[in-house]
Design a protein around this ligand. Structure first.
Ligand code: SF4
Ligand code: SF4
Length: 435
C-alpha cells in the first residue's frame, strides 16, 4: 500500500479444518478453521519507510521512528492541549505520508521537553525538531517572522534587531555603578551575561537594573561585557539555525577569551542551557549559573526594608527546570522575601506548562495562532490567575513580556507579572511600589 493511503481492513486467512493428535492423551482433537485464523501482517507493510528514513538520516532525527504509539506524551504536550499536535500525532502523520519538512507542524514544537520526560521509547523531539528544521531552512517553509529574527541575529548579534551600542544603556539608570569589562578589564568573579531581553526590552531592563542593585547590595564582584556581548543564540539553534549558533559561538568565545573571570552568570535559562550543554560539546567549558543559583545561597545576607504582603505563583522556565533540573533556587529566593506567600499552580516543577517561548516560539506567536486555539502563555496565565495570586513571578527574560501580553488578552489585567529579582529589589527599598 502506498504511503498516504488509508489503512486497509486486515485480510483473514483461515486455513483448512484440521485434526491434530494430543501429545498427552494421544486422542485426536478437531480444530475448526477459526483456530487457525491468521491475519496477514499489515501495520509494518501498510506504509513504506521513506518518511522516517528522510528524518532518521539527519543527526538527531533518529528517534522519531522509535515511537510505538503509547500516547503518554499526549496529555503532557502543551501544544497538543491547544491544537492537533504531539509526538504521537507527528509520528503517525509521518507514517501515513506527511512530509514533515514542508508542513506547519514543524514549527509548533517549543522543545519544552515534557514529552521526553514521560516517553518510554525516548523519542527526543528536542533533537528531532531542530534537525528537521535545519534541513528545511533552505526551503520556503520557514515562517517569515522567524526568518526575520534569524537575519537580525546574524546582522546585529541580538534577536531584537537593536544596535549593539545600546547593550548597556539600561545600566545608566540603575542607580548603582555597573562595571563594563572593556573599560575596566581587571579580573572579576562573576561575568554577568545579560542576554537580549534584559539588555533591550523595557521590562527586561527593569529586571536588569533590579539585579544590579541587589548584586551590589550583596557585595558581589561582577561585571558585564556591554557592547561586546552578543546573544548565545540557543533558541535560534533550536529553531533550526545551528549554523548561526556555531558562528555566534566563535564570536562569543573569542570575546570571553579576552577577560579573566571565575564564572558566568546569566538571567536567561536559554543561555544557561547553551553554556552547560552546548559549549562543552564544542570544547569550551565554563562554570555557569543561572542568576537564581548565584543569589539563593547569598540571600540571607540581604538587608530587607519592608514586607510586600503579596500572594504569588511561580512559573518554572522549561530551560531552567525540566531541561536543567533547577527547581529550588527560584523558590528559595521567593521564600526569602518578607511578606510573600507562594502558592503553586497545579502544573509546576517537572510538569510545568510551557510559556510557548522556547525553541523559537518566542518569535512565532503570529504563525502559531493559525494552528492553536489559544497561545500557550494565555493558557498559563489563566492557570496562574486561578490560584488567586496577585503576582505571577518568573525568572526567564522571555516570560515577563509574554505573560504580560497574555494577562491583558485574557482579561486578567489585575495579575501583575514580574521577575523574582524585581520583588527582591522592591523589598530592599523603602517606598517603592509594584508596577
Ligand atoms: S510517549 Fe513516546 S512512544 Fe509513546 S506515543 Fe509519545 S512519542 Fe510515541
Ligand atoms: S517538546 Fe514539548 S511542545 Fe514539543 S512535542 Fe514535546 S511536549 Fe510537545
Amino acid at each position: 500500500m502506498p504511503i498516504g493511503g488509508r489503512k486497509v481492513p486486515p485480510v483473514a486467512v483461515e486455513k483448512e479444518h484440521a485434526r491434530v493428535a494430543s501429545t498427552i492423551s494421544g486422542r485426536e482433537v478437531d480444530l475448526p478453521p477459526m483456530w487457525n485464523r491468521m491475519f496477514e501482517p499489515r501495520v509494518l507493510t501498510d506504509y513504506g519507510p521513506e518518511g522516517f528514513a528522510a528524518i532518521s538520516r539527519l543527526p538527531g532525527g533518529e528517534s522519531l521512528e522509535w515511537c510505538y504509539g503509547c500516547g503518554k506524551c499526549t496529555p503532557v504536550c502543551p501544544v497538543d492541549m491547544v491544537g492537533e499536535y504531539g509526538p504521537r500525532k507527528i509520528h503517525r502523520n509521518v507514517q501515513t505520508g506527511t512530509d514533515l519538512f514542508a508542513v506547519a507542524d514543524l514549527w509548533l514544537c517549543t522543545t519544552c521537553g515534557n514529552c521526553l520526560r514521560v516517553c518510554p521509547k525516548r523519542v527526543d523531539m528536542i533533537a528531532i525538531m531542530p534537525a528537521v528544521r535545519e534541513a528545511a531552512l533552505s526551503s520556503s517553509a520557514v515562517p517569515a517572522e522567524l526568518q526575520d529574527v534569524f537575519e537580525k541575529t546574524f546582522r546585529l548579534g541580538n534577536a531584537l534587531g537593536q544596535s549593539q551600542r545600546r547593550r548597556a544603556q539600561w545600566a545608566e539608570s540603575a542607580g548603582v555603578p555597573v562595571r563594563i569589562l572593556a573599560r575596566d578589564p581587571a579580573p572579576v568573579d562573576v561575568l554577568f551575561y545579560v542576554e537580549d531581553y534584559w539588555s533591550f526590552h523595557p521590562r527586561g531592563q527593569d529586571a536588569a537594573r533590579a539585579f544590579a542593585r541587589v548584586a551590589n547590595a550583596l557585595g558581589i564582584d561582577w561585571a558585564i561585557l556591554g557592547p561586546e556581548e552578543k546573544t548565545l543564540g540557543d533558541s535560534q539553534r533550536l529553531a533550526g539555525e545551528r549554523g548561526l549558533f556555531d558562528s555566534l559561538f566563535e564570536q562569543v568565545t573569542a570575546t570571553l577569551a579576552k577577560y579573566e573571570f571565575r564564572r558566568i552568570v546569566t538571567p536567561d535559562p536559554h543561555a544557561f542551557n547553551a553554556l552547560v550543554k552546548e559549549y562543552p560539546q564544542r570544547g569550551q567549558s565554563f562554570e555557569a549559573q543561572h542568576y537564581t543559583q548565584l543569589l539563593a545561597p547569598l540571600i540571607s545576607g540581604i538587608e530587607w526594608a519592608r514586607e510586600l504582603n503579596l500572594r504569588v505563583t511561580f512559573h518554572d522556565p522549561c530551560y531552567l527546570g525540566r531541561q536543567n533540573g533547577e527547581y529550588d533556587a527560584p523558590r528559595t529566593l521567593i521564600g526569602a522575601i518578607p511578606g510573600v506567600e507562594l502558592v503553586e499552580m497545579g502544573r509546576c516543577r517537572e510538569n510545568a506548562y510551557c510559556c510557548g517561548g522556547g525553541g523559537g516560539g518566542m518569535w512565532l506567536d503570529g504563525f502559531t495562532s493559525d494552528y492553536t486555539s489559544e497561545r500557550l502563555a494565555e493558557r498559563r496565565v489563566r492557570e496562574a490567575a486561578g490560584t488567586g495570586a496577585d503576582v505571577l513571578v518568573v525568572c526567564c527574560p522571555y516570560e515577563v513580556p509574554r505573560f504580560s501580553d497574555a494577562a491583558k488578552s485574557t482579561g486578567h489585567d489585575d495579575l501583575r507579572v514580574c521577575d523574582i529579582i524585581e520583588l527582591i529589589d522592591e523589598a530592599t527599598r523603602i517606598g517603592t511600589a509594584g508596577g
